[in-house]
Write a protein that binds this ligand. Structure first.
Ligand SMILES: Nc1ncnc2c1ncn2[C@@H]1O[C@H](COP(=O)(O)OP(=O)(O)OP(=O)(O)O)[C@@H](O)[C@H]1O
Ligand SMILES: [Mg+2]
Length: 244
């Protein structure tokens, strides 16, 4: 039986979609069967980061409203065997999709795939509740800003209230120069309030920014320090899921 992971954050732009794309690619390259689902309804980006925007016919809403079957909405990400993608609806949320719909969808996918990674919208509104509907674990992405850290506590509480009790953190966009100059919270300050598992730390790196623009996940661009750190992150996430 597979496991589902929702990627969340309080603030927008912390790197959720970048993380979902690269974690999905990393896990698939490690030999697992993975589905990436974009649930940032109306503001979808994951298709662009994976470079599959021209291959989408159906989306999650089509599946959940009976327009198509699950397999018709699963797009093979050809560059990465084992990786499938399901797009979010490009329309604004209309309220017809509920957390239960996603729970049922994830339940079906878990029978066939090892990991379902769900890219959630930013914030703690209905969009998060829907995205977290079928998840076994929540990964909260924070950036080294006091506002992001404060909002993360609320996301954690919201996920717990939604029944996602297994929580892990990723700190993204770490800028060592700013930390050294005292212009960003120190590493100790960032991690001080994080009592849950810290499964990954990602530096601010313009190559990551370029890769999302190009639609080529950074972990596929050779044996870089980023690719290696995503492999360790995937191992930690897998271990954490196995313990539950
Ligand atoms: N470690 C990093 N270094 C440099 N740029 C990054 C890094 N992580 C993400 N970015 C850039 O930050 C921007 C926001 O990233 P991303 O779209 O993944 O965030 P998000 O949390 O999904 O945003 P939203 O809340 O709008 O869905 C993108 O342009 C991405 O390339
Ligand atoms: Mg996003």
């Amino acid at each position: 039986m597979g496991k589902a992971i929702v990627i969340a954050s309080g603030k927008g732009g912390t790197g959720k979609t970048m993380l979902a794309a690269n974690l999905g690619v990393t896990m698939a390259r490690q030999g697992h069967k993975v589905v990436l689902i974009d649930l940032d309804t109306g503001l979808r980006n994951l298709d662009l980061y994976l470079g599959v925007e021209n291959n989408i016919v159906y989306d999650v809403n089509d599946v959940l409203t009976g327009v198509c079957r699950i397999r018709q909405a699963l797009v093979k990400v050809k560059a990465f065997p084992g990786l499938m993608f399901m797009a979010a609806s490009p329309q604004k949320p209309t309220g017809e999709i509920t957390p239960l719909h996603i729970k049922v969808l994830c339940g079906k996918l878990k029978k066939k795939y090892d990991y379902i990674i769900v890219d959630a919208p930013a914030g703690i509104d209905d969009g998060l509740a829907i995205a977290a509907g079928g998840s076994d674990m929540g990964i909260i992405v924070v950036t080294p800003e006091y506002s992001s850290l404060r909002n993360a506590e609320m996301v954690q509480k919201t996920l717990r209230d939604l029944g996602v009790s297994d929580i892990a953190y990723v700190v993204n966009k770490i800028d060592l120069k700013l930390i050294e100059e005292g212009k960003a919270p120190s590493f100790e300050e960032i991690t001080k309030n994080i009592r849950e598992k810290l499964v990954g730390i990602i530096q601010m790196d313009e190559n990551i920014h370029i890769s999302t623009n190009l639609g080529v996940p950074i972990v596929s661009m050779g044996n870089t320090y980023i690719a290696r750190s995503f492999m360790s992150m995937a191992d930690r996430i897998r271990k954490a899921l196995e313990q539950n």
